[in-house]
Design a protein around this ligand. Structure first.
Ligand code: ZN
Length: 107
């Protein structure tokens, strides 16, 4: 499966949820640049204007079948990150705007 196809699959799955994150394709900065992994980035924003970057990794070695099987947990990981962003109050969001990054729940 090509990276774009995986991205589309993730987006498809997110459409079935309450989630309102948007995909950031062509995002160049690679925070957790692990070789052998595709990195996918999504953004969520709050009414206060703060946005957070969500990310998930998928191994390049996974077969199409394995990716489809893993899709539920991939989407869950993104939703978990989105939820933890929405749980924070806007005061915390303000701190994030000043350069504080939330814990990465992927690790
Ligand atoms: Zn906020």
């Amino acid at each position: 499966m090509k990276k774009e196809d995986i991205q589309n699959l993730i987006t498809d799955h997110l459409n079935d949820t309450e989630s309102v994150m948007r995909p950031l394709s062509g995002f160049k900065i690679n925070f957790s640049s692990n070789k052998g992994f595709h990195n996918f980035f999504f953004a969520v924003s709050c009414t206060c204007g703060t946005s957070a970057l969500l990310s998930v990794e998928v191994s390049e070695n996974k077969s199409d079948n394995e990716i489809e099987t893993a899709m539920t947990s991939i989407v869950e990981r993104l939703i978990m990150q989105e939820k933890s962003f929405r749980r924070m109050d806007c005061k915390t969001h303000e701190y994030m705007n000043k350069g504080f990054l939330p814990e990465n729940h992927d690790k």
